[in-house]
Design a protein around this ligand. Structure first.
Ligand SMILES: [Zn+2]
Length: 43
């Protein structure tokens, strides 16, 4: 599974050699692991 770094949506399936976010078209994806780091805190 991948996560789009632009819109943050999870992408479970994608065509080979065409890794791109189907929602926004962004090409930068991050491999999603079991633990998704969410340490973003705002006071
Ligand atoms: Zn996206």
């Amino acid at each position: 599974m991948y996560i789009c770094l632009h819109c943050g949506k999870e992408i479970k399936q994608f065509e080979e050699n065409f890794i791109r976010c189907p929602y926004c078209g962004y090409r930068v994806l991050s491999k999603a692991r079991s633990n998704i780091p969410r340490e973003v805190k705002t006071d």
